[in-house]
Every structure is written in structure tokens, then in C-alpha cells.
Design a protein. Structure first.
Lengths: 318, 658
């Protein structure tokens, strides 16, 4: 691998989407020799280097298996492409605990035009945690956000598992199919964080989808949550509801204090990187997870992820 | 009835083949269509590349159908067509050709396979999503029952389920559930008054459902399977559909005996296997097959030649005319062993059917059944690997004298001529130029209109056939309305690891981990099938085993264009690419993949598996393929070990001695 992190960052800054596969290969690398290159890459796509937060919309899409996420994504990508927006999808699959191996099945289900250079789909394995992120997902999202218009992080799960996605995405979408009561129960009981947009799939079924939408709206109202949009879509031809969904996503992104959201995403990434590298023992040296977060909050807001991670490491060894 | 599944190259060549077979004593036709025709693409579509005329005959329009049937008396012939997603279209072409010869469609006899669920589960030549596919089938059944009354509009196939790894219980259960899904759908399409007033139309529909089953080499159990299926079928007819007439309740089935168990090594042994398998479905009169077609001894090597097919026909003729097989009443009547076996299989099938029913029926349970099949097949393969399941000549008794059968200049198989694709494209162009385009446009617009309603699709389909529309145009009109579909792959949920060979697997996992650490990333492999061939068992097993040894597997499934493979390899950053082809299109498609990868700057090696004749392996290796695996390479763990070593070597991270 002769390309350096700095070169890749520059290509991303110039909007060169063809840099993406090499960028992903680099951020996924666990080889110690690549560590400085990854840092250089992330520094090169930091707000300081970009002159502000990356303009991309980072969308987390999560939901139970079999709920229609892949069909929804295929259709959504098509709509975004029609609007001329470029899309990178980071699809995270659970992997086998036993062998460490993983079947990354989503690629077979997401239908895109292979000749379209404006779409990238990359699959990765979460390491056995349903709904969790793969080790490199956060870094990948930070980096690709510098070049793509939309970065989607897709995870499988429901319940508490969307927390990780929420740490890195600007907008969190939870996808449910009509009649599956889990999400409703999790929402009501407070197990689940309230997503920014709820999507009910299979709207072509009619009444069941409408009923689900009504129930979810009622649950949100009873929780005093009025900002979350509930959208019903059908990915079956003729597709329905996608203009409304895209409008809901855009509206959420526009209403965000993006600087604050991205800052907390970077801090969460740094903590995750630190924890992956130094484990529980490292966290204890910092006085625990809460103390670590407090320490991160006290850092300069212009710090990029490597700088934040270094700050944690310095504090742990001090 | 005796027939052989045949068709290749062009309509004219297949017509000559049919006439030859009929002259040799064959009593019906069994038409094999090429994959573009089966999946609804014309020869000039990107996905048709390399596939035109390969595993069957291309039929693009009524002119080609007329040529295919030239000189064959359609009013007396019994024609079986292996066609599913596009069955309504091919039947329409057949009817139109008959009409143009002045033959009343009411006398036409034959069968369209038309079983879409097994395409989702095992064979892969689907074109539309499940619901509209079932609707097309229901339309055809409802149409033929009154308009082409001697036609069997559907032939429920358990055959391909066994090829995909089904146990006898699974074969019975899934086929019957599939039939139930069809019958439930047709029931809604029948004229209301007749359903309310009398049950006979439903009885007629029930009686027109026939089955196409498989027969493996465990021929006693296979015979019991047929008896169990017959019992259960009768029960379903009585209880679920209120069918009374015993004639309507008869379980009618044809057979193609097992190809899965045929070996590439010592292929002459396949003849014994075929004979024994045939006994399984003929021994007892009460459960005897109506029609039998036998594979050829050299199927695992490549395409059979006319002589190979003749040999298989002679097997049937000797059984029927020389032996005393047909002279006795049912020889198993009163057999306690047979009764016990039947009861055991029936009980197993009933509980499996209940699970499918809980999913909401066969259409809803496709993903469940697919996963179950992948799992069964995985178990079968690990039993062969461990030697628990003996396959003579393959994992036991492997010493062999050189076989004179495969020694000829052609390597003992048929070689399909090149250049067919260009010929077919040219013919298509000429056909389009000569027809009344506005009539075709109108007819296709009508197909689109009807597709969006609940009207029966057949009249508009027949009109499009008469107007001269092509297979690809008709299918595209429906794709525009129904959308495209990718079936579940079943691999994601398949059970992990086998207990047999656990030590070997463990060692290999360590090596995978070592290489992954040295690379900085876990070994990532792309597995997929280029072209239109939907026989995905091999690719699925490779994907599952690669996961079990610890690789990250991007499983892309079937029907990939070379550019899709290249894009995926690039975007996913894979270290190695595993492709599988059984349709014979490797000579065209693989070099395109290799070229595309090199243009895209992807340096991951490509390994190829499938039915690859020995003569083709050399040129493929020269073109840049890193390794070629064929059915004789049954040891998946060994293949995995090769792949890991290949990745290690290509990336300069040394091969440790495993």
C-alpha cells in the first residue's frame, strides 16, 4: 500500500470519489504501521483541514432483520442519485463469534447500477454485536463525509443497538415493518432512544402500514416527542413515500446544530478508538467512561479524532 | 412416457435433434430453453452475454417457435417445456404457432414447468418478485383449464430441491406446500359462480397439477418418498380443496433422476447410479412415475452428446421392454418395512409443512426454506468430506484404470460451437425490422396495462405473441410493472461449522487469523455467479465454508454481470474473488471479469469453480485465473486452504505450513 493517508485525504477534499476504496482499506487496517497513515488521513479531513464541518449528510439506518432495509436503501439510493447526490453506504453486518468470519449479505440485496461512479457500497463485519458498528465504521464515515453528499451507515438491530449509530450519524432512521410490535414496545418502555425519523415499510399493504404509522405516532405523542417524523414507504414498484422520506431527512439535517452533533461524534469516536486499543484497563486508568467523556468535553473543539484520542492516551499514562 | 431433456444452439438445430430422438423411439419432447429465454432477456441484452444457446435453445418470438416445431405434429405431440418465469410467454408462442397451422389449442398436450417457488429456492431463473410471479401462474392455470384443457399448466418441482440438498422429508414437504400456494392462488382466479355452485372445476384444477420429482441412489427410501407424497397429496385434495373424484386425486408425477450424486471422477459409474435411481421410481406400481427422463453419464463433465443421451434412453427401454417390471401389481403392498418408511417420511413432512404454514405459506417461507436447504446441503457435503457418506470413486475406491470413455478427441462431451450469439443477435435484428412495430408497441402497452390490474395476463400475452413481440420485450413490459427481484440467498443464516474435521478447521482458522493480522485486515473474499446460471449450491457452500474458516465473505449471489463483479471487488476491497459457473459461459465471461479487474486496478486473484471441461481449464489459467475447481474437488476445506495460501502468497505474507 503505497498511497499515504495525506494523499488520500487530499483526493477526498478534492471530491475524488475513486479514492474511497483505498480510504476504506486504510481505515480498516489494524496493522501498526498504518496507524500514522490513518491519523494523517483523519487529520486531513478534519474541520480544520476542510475549513468547516464536512457538508455531507451522515444518515444512520437501522432496524430489525427482514424489515425491508435493503429494498428501502436501493430505492432511496435511486432517488438520491436522481437528485444528483452522491452516496456512500457503509453496511455493517453481524459476524460469527465462533470463527470470526462473517457473511456480508447486504450487497446482494442492495440494487445499484455498477457503472454509476457516484455510489459506493462497502460491507463490513461488526464483530458479533447485533446493531453495533464495525471497528472502522466511524473513521470511514468521517473520511467519506468529506467527499460524498450522503454517507449511510446501515446496521441490523433494534432496541439499544442503535445507540452506536446515533453517536456517529447526523440523522438516525429506524426502519420497521408493519405489525412488528417490538419497536413500539421499546419506544414506549424507553429501552430505545427516540430516532429522528421512523420509517414504516411495505406501505403497499395498506391498512397494516397505516395502522403501524398511527400507533407509532400515538406512542411518540404520549412520550411528548413531536419532532420525530413517521413516514410510510413502499419499495415495491411503483415505489411510494420516498419524496416524503427524503424531505423528512433533509428537514432534520437542516434543523441540526451540525457543529455540536459532529463534535460529539468525534468525541465518541475517540473514546471508541481508545477503548478498542486500551480496553477496560485503559478506561479505568482514566477513571471510567464518564470521566473520559468529561475529559473529552474539556478538549479544544477544533481537535480531530486522532488528537482527541491522543489526549485520552496522555491522560491515561499521566 | 420416455423423453430426454434436449435443446441447444438454435431453433433449427434443436428441431433436427428432436426429430432424431423421435425416430429413435422417444415418445414425447422435453424442451430445454437457454438461460436468456428462461429469464426473459433477448440475445442482445448485457446479461445474455455468453449464455445464448448454451444450456438450451433460444426462442425469442413466434417465428423461432415455429422453426423449433417444424415438421412435428403439434396436435398429437406431447411437449414438456422447462420454463418458469416466462412460461406464460412460451406457452403463448406455442399456442400461436399451433393456431397459425390451423390447430385448435384445445387439443394441445404438454406441460409447462411454471414452478416459480423452486426457482427462488434452488434454480434461480426467476424474473419477477414472488407475488406477481404467483399471479402469472394462477392466470395461466385459470386460462388453460378451460382454453387449453389438455395442457398441464404447472409441474411442481421437488427435483431441484433435492439437487439443492433437500432431505426426502424436505423434498416432500416443500413441494406440497408449493402446490398449496399455487392452488390457493388459483382458487381466487376461478369464476365465482362455479366455485360456489360446484366443486368440479377445482377438482379439474387439482387434477392438472403434476409433479416433477427427483430420485436419488437410496432407492428404497426414494420409493417410500413417492408413496408418502401420493398419500399426502390425496389428503390435501380431500381436506383442503374438497376434491371427491378419485381420478382427480391421483398423484401424477414425472421424474428426472438425480444429478447431484453423479460424479466427475470415474464417470462411468454414473450409469449404475442412474439405473438404480430409475428403479426407485418404477418398482412399485402404486407409486410409479408417469414420465421419466434420465440424465447422461457425463453430466458432471460437460454437455452430453446425442450418443450419451441415447444410452440413457436405452436404459428406460430395457427396463420397460426386456425386464418383467411392468407385469405385476404393486409389489410392496403389505410390506411392513415399506409402510413403516412411508409413515416415517409422512410424519416428518407433515411437521415441516406445519412450519411453512406458520410462516404464512410457501411464498412467505421462501427465506426459511432456502436457509434449511443450504443447511442440509452443508451437512451432506461435510459427510462426504468426512467419509461418512461413501461416494464410490470420489471419496472411496479412487484407484482407477484410465477411462476409455472420456478419452476421445472431444473429451467425452459435446462442445457447443462459438459465434451463436452473434448469429442470434443478427436474427433478432432482422425479425424486428420485418415486423409491424406499431402493432408490437400497442400489444406491449396492453400487456403493461393488464399487468397493473388483476385481469388475466394470457389474452394480452397471446396478442403480443401474435404481433411478433420478443421474449425480452414481453418480460421487460412486466418488469416495468412488477419491478425486479433478488431472491434470498440463505447463506447468511446457515448453521455454523461442522463437527467433522473440526481439528482441520481450527488449524485453518488460525492460519486465516495469522494471514489477516499480517495483512492488517481479515481476509475478505467475494463470492458470486456471473451470467444467468442460477445453480447456486456450489457458490453458497463456498461462501458458508469461507465464513466458517474465519473469512469475511461478500456473497453476491447469482446473475452478475462482469462489471458488477469488478465494481464489488473494487468497492469492497476484497483479497480474492471466487466465481462459480455451471452453464458453460465461463469461456466468455471469465476473461471479461479478468480484463475488467485489471482495468480497475484490482489485483485480487480469481478462482473459478463449476462444470469446467478439462480442455477449458488451460486457457482460463493462461487468461489469469489463479485456480479452477470442478465437481471432483469435493473437499471444501482443502479449497479454502488453497485460497488462504493464494492470498498469503499474492500479498507477500508467506504461507505457513498448514
Amino acid at each position: 500500500m503505497s498511497v499515504t493517508g495525506e494523499e488520500l485525504a487530499q483526493r477526498l477534499r478534492e471530491g475524488d470519489l475513486s479514492a474511497a476504496p483505498a480510504v476504506l482499506n486504510l481505515v480498516e487496517s489494524t496493522a501498526p504501521a498504518q496507524r500514522p497513515e490513518i491519523d494523517a488521513l483523519l487529520e486531513g479531513v478534519s474541520p480544520a483541514a476542510l475549513g468547516g464541518e464536512a457538508a455531507a449528510h451522515v444518515v444512520g439506518i437501522t432496524g430489525p432483520p427482514g424489515g425491508g432495509k435493503s429494498s428501502l436503501l436501493s430505492e432511496l439510493i435511486g432517488h438520491w442519485r436522481t437528485q444528483g447526490r452522491t452516496v456512500a453506504v457503509l453496511a455493517v453486518d453481524p459476524s460469527s463469534k465462533r470463527s470470526g468470519g462473517a457473511l456480508l449479505g447486504d450487497r446482494a440485496r442492495i440494487v445499484v447500477d455498477p457503472a454509476d461512479r457516484g455510489v459506493l457500497v462497502r460491507s463490513s463485519a461488526a464483530g458479533g454485536r447485533l446493531g453495533g458498528l464495525a471497528p472502522a465504521t466511524r473513521a470511514a464515515a468521517h473520511a467519506l463525509a468529506a467527499a460524498f453528499d450522503i454517507v449511510v451507515i446501515e446496521t441490523v438491530g433494534v432496541g439499544q443497538s442503535e445507540t452506536e449509530v446515533a453517536e456517529v450519524a447526523d440523522t438516525v432512521v429506524v426502519v420497521v415493518q408493519p405489525g412488528s410490535g417490538d419497536v413500539l414496545q421499546f419506544l414506549k418502555s424507553g429501552i430505545m432512544e427516540i430516532p429522528d425519523v421512523l420509517v414504516v415499510t411495505k406501505a403497499d399493504l395498506g391498512p397494516p402500514a397505516l395502522r403501524s404509522r398511527r400507533d407509532l405516532n400515538a406512542a411518540l405523542r404520549s412520550l411528548g416527542e413531536r419532532n420525530t417524523r413517521v413516514v410510510a414507504v413502499s419499495s415495491i414498484s411503483p415505489a411510494q413515500g420516498f419524496d416524503e422520506l427524503i424531505a423528512a431527512l433533509d428537514a432534520h439535517r437542516e434543523g441540526l446544530d451540525i457543529a455540536t452533533r459532529r463534535l460529539s461524534a468525534r468525541r465518541a469516536s475517540a473514546l471508541a478508538d481508545f477503548a478498542a486499543e486500551h480496553g477496560e484497563r485503559g478506561l479505568r486508568a482514566l477513571g471510567g467512561r464518564r470521566a473520559a467523556l468529561k475529559l473529552l468535553d474539556d478538549q479544544d473543539v477544533s481537535y480531530d479524532v486522532p488528537a482527541l484520542t491522543r489526549a485520552l492516551e496522555a491522560a491515561a499514562t499521566a | 412416457m420416455m423423453r430426454t431433456y434436449a435443446g441447444h444452439s438454435t431453433a433449427a438445430k434443436s428441431n433436427a435433434l428432436y426429430r432424431g430422438n423421435l425416430a429413435k423411439g422417444q415418445t414425447g419432447l422435453s424442451v430445454a430453453f437457454d438461460l436468456p429465454t428462461q429469464t426473459g432477456y433477448d440475445a442482445d441484452h448485457e446479461l445474455a452475454r455468453g449464455e445464448v444457446g448454451k444450456v438450451g435453445v433460444p426462442i425469442a418470438h413466434k417465428g423461432a417457435m415455429a422453426e423449433l416445431m417444424d415438421g412435428i405434429p403439434l396436435d398429437t405431440m406431447n411437449t414438456s417445456m422447462t420454463i418458469n418465469a416466462t412460461a406464460a410467454w412460451l406457452l403463448a408462442l406455442y399456442i400461436v404457432v399451433a393456431e397459425e397451422q390451423g390447430i385448435d389449442p384445445k387439443v394441445l398436450q404438454g406441460t409447462t414447468q411454471n414452478d416459480i417457488i423452486k426457482e427462488f429456492l434452488a434454480r434461480g431463473t426467476y424474473a419477477f418478485p414472488p407475488e406477481p410471479s404467483m399471479r402469472l401462474i394462477a392466470d395461466m392455470v385459470a386460462y388453460t383449464v378451460t382454453e387449453v384443457p389438455r395442457w398441464n399448466p404447472i409441474n411442481i418441482c421437488s427435483y431441484h430441491l433435492q439437487e439443492a440438498g433437500a432431505t426426502p422429508v424436505q423434498e416432500i414437504a416443500y413441494a406440497l406446500c408449493n402446490a398449496i400456494a399455487v392452488l390457493d392462488a388459483v382458487r381466487l382466479k376461478l369464476p365465482v359462480e362455479s366455485e360456489a355452485s360446484d366443486q368440479s372445476l377445482m377438482g379439474t384444477v387439482f387434477s392438472r397439477i403434476s409433479f416433477f420429482v427427483n430420485a436419488g441412489v437410496r432407492f428404497i427410501e426414494e420409493h417410500a418418498k413417492m408413496r408418502a407424497m401420493g398419500d399426502l397429496w390425496e389428503q390435501i385434495g380431500r381436506e383442503r380443496y374438497g376434491v371427491q373424484d378419485p381420478k382427480h386425486l391421483r398423484f401424477r408425477y414425472g421424474v428426472q433422476v438425480n444429478s447431484l450424486g453423479l460424479t466427475e471422477s470415474q464417470p462411468e459409474n454414473n450409469v449404475q447410479r442412474i439405473v438404480l435411481e430409475t428403479l426407485g421410481v418404477t418398482l412399485g406400481r402404486d407409486a410409479r412415475a408417469r414420465a421419466i427422463q434420465l440424465p447422461a453419464w457425463n453430466e458432471a463433465l460437460g454437455l452430453p452428446r446425442p450418443w450419451d443421451q441415447q444410452w440413457s434412453l436405452r436404459i428406460q427401454q430395457i427396463l420397460a421392454f426386456e425386464t418383467d417390471l411392468l407385469e405385476y401389481p404393486d409389489i410392496f403392498e403389505g410390506s411392513k418395512v415399506m409402510e413403516g418408511l412411508v409413515e416415517e417420511l409422512s410424519a416428518g413432512a407433515r411437521s415441516e409443512m406445519a412450519i411453512v404454514e406458520e410462516h404464512g405459506g410457501a411464498v412467505e417461507a421462501v427465506a426459511y426454506m432456502k436457509t434449511a436447504l443450504v443447511d442440509s446441503h452443508r451437512q451432506r457435503i461435510s459427510r462426504i468430506e468426512s467419509g461418512d457418506l461413501v461416494v464410490v470413486g470420489q471419496n472411496a475406491f479412487r484407484e482407477s484404470e484410465p477411462s476409455p470413455l472420456a478419452a476421445g478427441e472431444d473429451g467425452g462431451i459435446m462442445t457447443v460451437e462459438q459465434g451463436l450469439e452473434d448469429e442470434a443477435k443478427l436474427a433478432l435484428e432482422q425479425w424486428r425490422a420485418a415486423r409491424d412495430q406499431s402493432a408490437v408497441d400497442d400489444a406491449l402497452a396492453e400487456v403493461r396495462r393488464v399487468a397493473a390490474t388483476t385481469e388475466n395476463i394470457m389474452p394480452a400475452t397471446l396478442a403480443a405473441a401474435r404481433a411478433g413481440a420478443t421474449t425480452g420485450e414481453w418480460a421487460q413490459a412486466l418488469r416495468d410493472t412488477f419491478g425486479e427481484y433478488r431472491a434470498p440467498t440463505g447463506v447468511g443464516e446457515a448453521g455454523a461449522g461442522s463437527r467433522t474435521g473440526a481439528v482441520e478447521l481450527e488449524e485453518l482458522r488460525d492460519e486465516v487469523a495469522r494471514v489477516g493480522e499480517a495483512l492488517g485486515r481479515r481476509i475478505k473474499i467475494l463470492v458470486g455467479k456471473p451470467g444467468l446460471d442460477g445453480h447456486s449450491n456450489g457458490a453458497e457452500q463456498i461462501a458458508v465454508r469461507a465464513r466458517d474458516v474465519g473469512m469475511e465473505v461478500v456473497y453476491e449471489g447469482i446473475r452478475l454481470t462482469p462489471s458488477q463483479i469488478v465494481t464489488s471487488a473494487l468497492q469492497e476491497g476484497v483479497h480474492v474473488i471466487g466465481l462459480s459457473i455451471l452453464s458453460g459461459s465461463h469461456r466468455e465471461l471469465i476473461p471479461l471479469v479478468i480484463e475488467g479487474l485489471s482495468d480497475a486496478g484490482v489485483d485480487a486473484p480469481v478462482v473459478l469453480g463449476g462444470i469446467i471441461p478439462e480442455a477449458d481449464a488451460g486457457p482460463l489459467l493462461q487468461a489469469g485465473v489463479a485456480a479452477v475447481y470442478t465437481p471432483k474437488d469435493f473437499d471444501l476445506t482443502r479449497i479454502m486452504r488453497d485460497i488462504v495460501a493464494l492470498v498469503a502468497q499474492r500479498n507477500g505474507v508467506g504461507a505457513a505450513g498448514v
